[in-house]
Write a protein that binds this ligand. Sequence first.
Ligand code: FES
Length: 215
Amino acid sequence: MSIDRFPHSAKEESFEFAPGVRAELDGIIEKYPVKRSALIPALQLAQKQNGYITSAVMQHIAGLFDISAMEVWGVVSFYSMLKTHPIGEYHFQLCSNLSCNLLGSGALLRQIEERLGIRAGETRADGKFSLERVECLGACGGAPCVQINMDYFERVTPGMIDEIISALEKGEYVPPAGADEVAPPSAAAGAAVAENAAGNVVENVAADAAEKADG
Ligand code: FES
């Protein structure tokens, strides 16, 4: 099992918010009675600008909020949405928790890995795609769920994955399909899910074990 550590930065590395981003952050800070409450939005803005959170980012934000870099790191290392390494232009987060697992996230994971040519936890060499298995995305009613950047795709099917990846490969925007926009699973689909559920769980447990062994 790997443990995130405070990222190392070369001494010459520095970070400043771009003027427009800093103005946006100042507007957010004004909404809170306690400045520190805007710490997570500040980190999200920094990640949007910089791609990921570096030690220079944390040191800069610590200075803005009059707290230590280690306090900032305590927040960064807690939230999986905050990245300390480069991710792809399109970051796939595939839920592997119970509801999604029972409804086929294991097969979706293998399909996405095959289509993108990367394993979970990796970023493609061209920087276009990265893939991560995550815990519950809070959309269990729309399982299986995949988050791509900030968009949720619910009741995802292999056909949807093919369409989404083909469109993104061409640089086309793919509007998210929410649970309300997709017909609920049919009785026949439900029966097939029930038949495959045990197999999915076993396969995902095996994938977990392999991932931990690799890490
Ligand atoms: S189990 Fe997948 S969103 Fe909750």
